[in-house]
Design a protein around this ligand. Structure first.
Ligand SMILES: Nc1ncnc2c1ncn2[C@@H]1O[C@H](COP(=O)(O)OP(=O)(O)O)[C@@H](O)[C@H]1O
Ligand SMILES: [Mg+2]
Length: 411
C-alpha cells in the first residue's frame, strides 16, 4: 500500500531559490589523492539530491566543499550563482544545516541546548532559542521530556533526530546530510527515512544527502547522483529513470539485481478496475454464484457493510444455499487507488489466491478489483517502455551525463 516514492518535493518550490552548482570541481589532497574529479552537477532548489557511491568515491569531500570545510582545488561551487569562495565561512554556514553520522552531538550539553546551538551562536536570547529548540524536537518526532537529558541517555535513532533538529534550528534553506542514518539499525533507519520525507514535504529544503546505500538513495532522492571511486560522476537521474536505464555496467551493478521490481515502486498503479467482481458479505450464496457466472470468474471479493474488503471467496463448488458470510474467506491484499504504486498492486495480488488486487480509497473502502490480466498488461507496458531505450553501452556513449573516461586520467 506504499504511496509512489520519490515524489516528496514534487511541485514544491520556495519563493527564493537555493541551487547549488558544482562547476568543474576537482579536489586534490596534499598527498596527491584525487577525491573529486571535474564534477559538474546542479542541485535544484527544494529537492533531495542524493550523492551515492562506494566508500572513498568522494561523497564527503564533495559535501564539505559546499560549506567550505574543505576548499576545492579547481572549479567553482556556486550557491544561487554566487561562488562560495567569496562568502566568508561563518556567513555561509548560517544558511547551511549540517547533519553527520552518529549525530555529532555535544556530549556535555542537554538535548535542548544541543538543538539551540546555532541560535545561541546567532545571539538569540536564551528563552527564544529554547522555545525554538522545543518546537523542533516536536517537529522531528521527539518527546519534550527528552529535552533535559544528555545525549548518552538517548537511543541512536533519537540522537539522530536531535541531529536533524539541530541542523534545522536556524531554518537554513540548505541541508547537507552525510550518511546521517548509517549507524542505526534497519528498522529505526526506515523510520528516520520516512520522517525525513515527511519533514521535507513541509519544509522544502534544498538537501544534499550522502549515502553508500543505494536503497536509501532511491527511497529518498528526487534525484540521485552515482559517483565512482576516483571522484567521477557515473550518472545523475531521477530514481525511476536510473532503475530503468542505468548508464553503464558500474551503475547497473551498483543498483543491484532486483532493480526491475524496485522500479515498479515509481510507476503509479494506473489500472482499469472491475466493479462487478465483488459481493456483499450479507448476500445469499446464490447471488454470488450468479455474479460469478455472469462475469465468467471463479473468485469474488467480499465486501462488508462499510464497503471494506473482507476476503476472497472461491465460487467453485458453492453450497446450494446459505449466506456468503458462512463461506471460507481467503486472504487478500489491497493497494491505494490514488497514489498506490504498481509494485503495491502486484504485492496485493501475490497475497491473494485469486491473483487479483483489491483497490481501496483513502478510507480503506473498496474501489474495485484489478485483475491478473490487467496487472500483467501494466507490467508488460513498463517492461516495453524500458526496452524502448537504447542499450546501456550505446546510451553511455551518447549520454551527456556520463562523464567521459578521459576525466579519470587527470591529476
Ligand atoms: N584529508 C585527506 N587527505 C588525503 N586523502 C583524503 C583525505 N580525506 C579523504 N581522502 C581520500 O579521498 C578519497 C575520497 O574520500 P571521501 O570524500 O571521504 O569519500 P567517501 O565519503 O565517498 O567515502 C578517499 O580516497 C580518501 O581516502
Ligand atoms: Mg564519507
Amino acid at each position: 500500500m506504499a504511496v509512489v516514492a520519490g515524489a516528496a518535493a514534487l511541485g514544491a518550490r520556495s519563493a527564493r531559490s537555493h541551487v547549488i552548482t558544482f562547476d568543474g570541481v576537482t579536489k586534490r589532497y596534499a598527498d596527491g589523492t584525487v577525491a573529486v574529479n571535474d564534477l559538474h552537477l546542479e542541485i535544484p532548489t527544494g529537492e533531495i539530491t542524493v550523492l551515492v557511491g562506494p566508500s572513498g568515491c568522494g561523497k564527503t569531500t564533495s559535501l564539505r566543499m559546499v560549506n567550505r570545510m574543505i576548499d576545492a582545488s579547481e572549479g567553482k561551487i556556486l550557491l544561487d550563482g554566487v561562488d562560495v569562495q567569496t562568502i566568508d565561512p561563518p556567513t555561509l554556514r548560517r544558511g547551511i544545516g549540517y547533519v553527520i553520522q552518529q549525530a555529532g552531538l555535544f556530549p556535555h550539553r542537554k538535548i535542548v541546548d544541543n538543538v539551540a546551538t546555532v541560535p545561541y551562536l546567532l545571539g538569540w536570547d536564551k528563552r527564544k532559542a529554547r522555545t525554538r529548540a522545543m518546537e523542533l524536537l516536536e517537529r522531528v518526532g521527539l518527546d519534550a521530556g527528552l529535552a533535559e537529558r544528555y545525549p548518552f541517555q538517548l537511543s541512536g535513532g533519537q540522537q539522530q533526530r536531535v541531529g536533524v533538529a539541530r541542523a534545522l534550528a536556524a531554518d537554513p534553506p540548505v541541508l547537507l546530510m552525510d550518511e546521517p542514518f548509517s549507524a542505526v539499525d534497519p528498522v529505526v533507519r526506515a523510520d528516520l527515512q520516512d520522517e525525513l520525507i515527511r519533514l521535507q514535504n513541509e519544509l522544502n529544503k534544498t538537501i544534499v544527502f550522502v549515502t553508500h546505500d543505494i536503497d536509501e538513495a532511491v527511497k529518498l532522492g528526487d534525484r540521485v547522483a552515482v559517483l565512482r571511486v576516483g571522484g567521477t560522476l557515473a550518472q545523475v537521474d531521477d530514481p525511476e529513470t536510473m532503475l530503468a536505464r542505468p548508464a553503464d555496467d558500474f551503475v547497473r551493478e551498483f543498483l543491484g539485481g532486483d532493480r526491475g521490481i524496485r522500479r515498479l515502486s515509481f510507476v503509479p498503479a494506473d489500472l482499469p478496475l472491475r466493479g462487478d467482481l465483488t459481493v456483499p458479505i450479507d448476500a445469499e450464496v446464490s447471488e454470488a454464484a450468479g455474479a460469478a457466472a455472469s462475469s465468467a470468474v471463479s473468485w469474488l471479493a467480499v465486501v462488508d457493510g462499510e464497503g471494506r474488503p473482507r476476503g476472497w471467496v472461491s465460487t467453485e463448488g458453492l453450497p446450494p444455499a446459505g449466506k456468503v458470510a458462512d463461506l471460507r474467506l481467503l486472504p487478500y491484499g489491497t493497494f491505494e487507488v490514488n497514489g498506490g504504486s504498481l509494485r503495491s498492486a502486484l504485492d496485493a495480488a501475490l497475497l491473494a489466491p485469486s491473483g487479483c488486487a483489491i483497490a481501496v480509497d483513502a478510507d480503506g473502502k473498496v474501489a474495485g478489483v484489478a485483475t491478473r490480466e490487467e496487472l500483467a498488461r501494466a507490467t508488460a507496458k513498463v517492461a516495453a517502455d524500458g526496452a524502448a531505450q537504447p542499450a546501456p553501452a550505446e546510451q553511455a556513449a551518447q549520454s551527456e551525463q556520463a562523464v567521459p573516461a578521459e576525466g579519470a586520467g587527470r591529476g
